[in-house]
Design a protein around this ligand. Structure first.
Ligand code: PGA
Length: 241
């Protein structure tokens, strides 16, 4: 399976930056075609990304109707998005998204024909209490729609304490969690062996070769280091062919 190198720009960037970034991706997607390159830009800049795979950072739980300001999964698919991030910890924490909401949104994403990147991860206090495996297992069980498969769903394991802190999880932590998730997916889904499991949380060029080449790590979800094309490209280039 090809690894997925996914950038999440969050609330950053502008039109000129998106255009320059896309230019930098033009050769990259050919030179490093052993991985898939995805950028999840803010909505207005998604169409500017023509050279890499397009994704969104969120979508509405509703299909259409009187929901001012919302953007539906169908609209995103309509403008050429192939992926949509769902249940990022920032949305869970700041927008009150529960596992139930995450599951509803994921269902809209799958209905639209896009692939859902469902984010899960424990907080620091949950880890300190030794509950990280249970927390993540529960999130996965409650957030995945019943028709999730390796073809339409990606899991992103992002420990909340590692996001934007510069402090990535250790290789041992990642190995242990990803093995646990793989086991869970295998035991609950027919295609569980093939479902991609991304790691996210302070992935950068300096830790990419260690983290990206671990067992059951099928790519990365990258925040801060996806804003500079050189850094983003260096992370994908660190994946062993
Ligand atoms: P980070 O963010 O790479 O800046 O830690 C990751 C994410 O939020 O997806």
């Amino acid at each position: 399976m090809k690894k997925l190198i996914a950038g999440n720009w969050k609330l950053n960037g502008n039109f000129a930056m998106a255009q320059a970034f896309d230019m930098a991706m033009m050769d990259t997607v050919t030179n490093y075609n052993h991985v898939d390159w995805l950028i999840c830009a803010p909505f207005p800049y998604i169409p500017s990304l023509e050279n890499c795979i397009r994704g969104a950072q969120d979508c509405s739980a509703h299909q259409e109707g009187a929901y001012t300001g919302e953007i539906s999964a169908d609209m995103l698919a309509d403008i050429g998005c192939d992926y949509c991030i769902d249940g990022h910890s920032e949305r869970r924490a700041m927008h009150g998204e529960t596992d139930e909401v995450v599951k509803e949104k994921a269902a809209r994403v799958l209905d639209s024909g896009m692939t859902a990147i469902i984010c899960v991860g424990e907080t620091l206090s949950e880890r300190e209490a030794g509950n990280e495996l249970d927390v993540v297992e529960t999130q996965i069980k409650k957030s995945l729609p019943s028709n999730s498969s390796a073809q339409n769903t990606v899991i992103a394991y992002e420990p909340v304490w590692a996001i934007g802190t510069g402090r990535a999880a250790t290789a041992d932590d990642v190995l242990k969690m990803h093995a646990h998730i793989r086991q869970l997916l295998k035991s609950t889904l027919a295609s569980g062996t093939e479902m991609r499991i991304l790691y996210g949380g302070s992935v950068k060029p300096s830790n990419a070769s260690e983290l990206m080449n671990l067992d059951n790590v099928d790519g990365a979800l990258i925040g801060g280091a996806s804003l500079k094309s050189e850094d983003f490209i260096a992370i994908g280039a660190a994946v062993i062919k």
